[in-house]
Each structure stands twice: as structure tokens, then as C-alpha cells.
Design a protein around this ligand. Structure first.
Ligand SMILES: [Zn+2]
Length: 248
């Protein structure tokens, strides 16, 4: 399903402020007044994305009364909105942005180059950081192509719930997994990164995981945790991953 959102934003010019549009600082005697960096392009796009996802508006998520967003880098807010979309299983496809301003002339400035939102070196760094940890790799391996409830990770990896949750949160921030809450259960699924390079890295890694003996043993432990008749009661109550539901 394709959903469309419309965003609009305006800021007054002010002296002594930088002019930031689409994450690009444009040399100009005047900047835009505002609580954050006043990047109207990033704000309008963020608002449109949140609207399309049915997730409210930018003011609700990043209120200008909150000191956390003072002089905030609005591309960072846009990223957070993108992460929220990912959590809801949504992917931004396209954005058309029109800037209306008497000055300066923008044509000669690369406002919002496509790389500034979709994939920056920080995205790749964050991806590699998230993948540079054994427990997180094991979690991705256990999820595979399925949707798995947290309690099974705890059982299969023999690690504490808080530790597993911390690693899952880190995978989520890197856009590698999405979470879905269903009553008291939280299910995780691997997300396909929007960026092509990131997707390639992840897919290569998952191919290796399918062959690695230790990762295989983890998967066997997961099967045992899901299907053992003498499993702890909370595991027997937990919703099983679909591949085991289909098999039984
Ligand atoms: Zn704004």
C-alpha cells in the first residue's frame, strides 16, 4: 500500500543564525530563526513522513519547548522519523520538495543531495557498529526470515533478558530489525536496509550465517526452545515463530 503525506514549514529570517536547508549550510548573511537549526526543508519532509505513517506531526515528536531539540540538527530528527517509519514497516519511496524564498538563489546550491538522507557515512558506520558484536550477529541469525518473540532469544542464547533487550535496541537503532508489540510479547524481524550498500553488507553476512556451524547450533537451540514439550511454561505460552507453527 502506498500512503502519501504532505508537510509544510516556514521560518523567519534572522541575523546571526546559519541558513540550513536539507542539512546543507548555505552561505548567506541571514539564517532562519527557530528552536532547532530551523532547517525548514528537513522539517517539512519529517512532517510529511510522520503524516503518511499516521504517526502525528513533527511538533508532537520534537516539541520546540523541549530543551533537547535546542539547535538540534534537523537531519537527526528526520533520521529518527525514518526509524519510526521502519518500526511500522514503512519505507519512504520518494519526496518532492519545493522551497519558496525571496532570497538567496538556491539553484546553485546542492540542497538536499539524495545522499544526505538515504545513506551517509554515519549510516554505514552505525550499521557496522551494530554488526560488530557477536551477540547481535547471533540474534540476527536466530531471527532469520521469521518474526521471533524475545523470550526465545533468552532461552536459545542463555543470556539475560536485559542484555538481549539492549542488543535488540541497538539493532533497532541501526535499522537492522523492526519490533512489533502484541500484548505482552514483543516480536522482532530483520529489516531490509533502504540503502543498497547496507543491504548488500547484511545479505552477505546472512549467507555466511546460514553456513557457519556455530550459528547453526544456535538455530538448533532455538528449535529446541520452541518445540520442547518440557520447556518452561512461559515459553510454551509464547507465540511461536511461524516456521514452527507451520511445521507442527
Ligand atoms: Zn521548522
Amino acid at each position: 500500500m502506498i500512503r502519501v503525506g504532505i508537510g509544510y514549514d516556514s521560518h523567519r529570517f534572522a541575523a546571526g543564525r546559519p541558513l540550513v536547508l536539507g542539512g546543507v549550510t548555505i552561505p548567506h548573511p541571514l539564517g532562519l530563526d527557530g528552536h532547532s537549526d530551523a532547517d525548514a526543508v528537513a522539517h517539512a519532509l519529517t512532517d510529511a513522513l510522520l503524516g503518511a505513517a499516521g504517526a502525528g506531526d513533527i511538533g508532537r515528536h520534537f516539541p520546540d519547548t523541549d530543551p533537547r531539540w535546542r539547535d538540534a540538527d534537523s537531519i537527526g530528527l528526520l533520521r529518527q522519523a525514518c526509524a519510526l517509519l521502519r518500526d511500522r514497516g514503512a519505507t519512504p519511496l520518494q519526496a518532492d520538495i519545493t522551497v519558496i524564498a525571496e532570497q538567496p538563489k538556491l539553484a546553485r546550491h546542492a540542497v538536499l543531495p539524495s545522499t544526505s538522507v538515504a545513506a551517509t557515512i554515519q549510516d554505514i558506520e552505525r550499521l557496522l557498529q551494530a554488526l560488530g558484536d557477536r551477540t547481535r550477529l547471533r540474534l540476527l541469525n536466530l531471527i532469520g526470515d521469521d518474526e521471533i518473540c524475545v523470550c526465545f532469544f533468552v532461552e536459545a542464547l542463555g543470556e539475560s533478558q536485559p542484555k538481549i533487550s539492549r542488543h535488540l535496541a541497538s539493532l533497532r537503532r541501526a535499522g537492522l530489525v523492526t519490533a512489533r508489540r502484541d500484548g505482552k510479547w514483543i516480536h522482532y524481524r530483520v529489516a531490509q536496509p533502504v540503502d543498497a550498500v547496507a543491504a548488500e553488507v547484511l545479505n552477505g553476512l546472512r549467507t555466511w550465517m546460514r553456513r557457519d556451524p556455530e550459528m547453526r547450533r544456535d538455530r538448533e537451540r532455538l528449535v529446541a526452545a520452541c518445540c520442547a514439550p518440557d520447556a518452561p511454561v512461559q515459553l510454551r505460552l509464547a507465540p511461536k515463530p511461524s516456521r514452527f507453527v507451520e511445521a507442527s
